[in-house]
Write a protein that binds this ligand. Structure first.
Ligand SMILES: [Zn+2]
Length: 104
């Protein structure tokens, strides 16, 4: 049995470069939370959230209990939107600095 892991990796990376049908890769994606300037980190349903809000979403779902986790995992992207929308209502937007962004 000779199967080179390298050639398998090559095939896999080629697959990754092919965007799934219906998925549009955009360069100007922004966090779904209004007023958030965070860089997009992860999808939340059909939208996207920054890392901070992704963790917040994760915490929110965790608080809802393990059932929510299982439930969410079985949802389609569109169905996840309503969960994300519910969560986003609980998010208080961190006040964006008016001046130049402070160094963090
Ligand atoms: Zn955000």
């Amino acid at each position: 049995m000779v199967s080179s892991p390298l050639s398998r990796l090559k095939i896999r990376s080629r697959v990754l470069h092919t965007a799934p049908k219906g998925f549009t890769v955009m360069n100007d994606l922004s966090c779904m939370i209004q007023g958030c300037q965070g860089r997009v980190y992860s999808p939340a349903g059909t939208q996207h959230v920054c890392k901070e809000h992704f963790l917040s979403f994760l915490t929110w779902r965790r608080r809802k209990g393990p059932q929510m986790f299982t439930h969410y995992a079985g949802l389609t992207m569109e169905q996840r939107d309503s969960i994300a929308a519910e969560w986003s209502k609980t998010v208080s937007v961190i006040e964006a600095p008016t001046g130049p962004a402070p160094q963090s």
